[in-house]
Design a protein. Structure first.
Length: 262
């Protein structure tokens, strides 16, 4: 059995008396691409916010690589390799595309006053190294020609690519993608799916995708976790879940099967 990089155990979270997550537990195996799916209101994005540290659960635990990070802020989780993207891209609009990548690398010499004043040579050397690395990533994502463009001027699809490239620059071990295919063209969906698979294969990045596009899920995800009413309802491959009556009922209220892949 593969090692679990992430475990959520007995998570509960309510907002004003409404139970958004209700005793939900599941695990994510290291080196996999896993989809988190379910009908609207199932608690998927709320769960991503709990895992990433945006929300703190009322009960339960988030275990990252064997370490309980439930009470750690999101920036500390990022230092441990847990990063995320958002449903609506959150680029640094007034920075260039290149600068968007450069700012996320932690531990830069120039971040401290001492380093800036007394380690100027190393600062300059490190900056050159980071610029070269960022340019390589931008080239991989087809964004190199836009490196000096302000990120706020890009199209929605280009912003999606910048957000993913920026996450790669931060060297994630586990990357949470909240509806990465929403609102983008079919051609860009194909590109994003290709990049996710390549990052998983080449760099070993583990992915969890909240995704409604089940064609994408079936194509790139080896495992699917289904949520409904704040709970884990089922897990397995999408092919297995097509015949799971509980999953069909949760999505469709007992109606036709096409939304779960048939």
């Amino acid at each position: 059995m593969a090692k679990s990089i992430l475990e959520v155990k007995g998570i509960k979270l309510a907002f004003g008396g409404v139970q958004a997550i209700d005793d939900c537990s599941f695990h994510i195996e290291e080196g996999t691409i896993t989809a988190l799916i379910g009908p609207n209101g199932a608690g998927k994005s709320t769960m991503v916010n709990v895992i990433s540290g945006t929300y703190r659960p009322d009960e339960g635990h988030v275990i990252l690589d064997g370490k309980d990070v439930t009470r750690m802020p999101n920036y500390v989780r990022a230092q441990h390799g847990l990063l995320r993207t958002f449903q609506i891209s959150r680029e640094f609009a007034n920075l260039t595309v290149l600068e968007n990548l450069l700012v996320v690398r932690q531990g830069q010499v120039g971040e401290s006053l001492f380093g800036a004043l007394f380690r100027a040579k190393r600062w300059q050397e490190q900056t050159k190294e980071l610029v070269a690395e960022a340019n390589d990533i931008l080239n991989t994502f087809g964004l190199y020609r836009l490196r000096n463009e302000y990120a706020g001027n890009l199209s929605g699809g280009q912003k999606r690519l910048v957000e993913l490239a920026r996450a790669v620059m931060a060297k994630p071990r586990l990357l949470l993608l909240d509806e990465p295919m929403a609102g983008v063209t079919p051609a860009l969906i194909e590109r994003l799916g290709h990049h996710i698979v390549e990052l998983n294969r080449e760099l070993g990045v583990t992915f969890v995708l909240v995704e409604h596009n089940l064609d994408v899920v079936e194509k790139i995800c080896s495992r699917v976790v289904v949520m409904a009413l704040g709970k884990q309802l089922a897990d397995g491959t999408l092919a297995e879940l097509r015949s799971n009556q509980a999953v069909i009922d949760a999505y469709l209220g007992g109606g036709a099967r096409e939304r779960v892949g048939s």
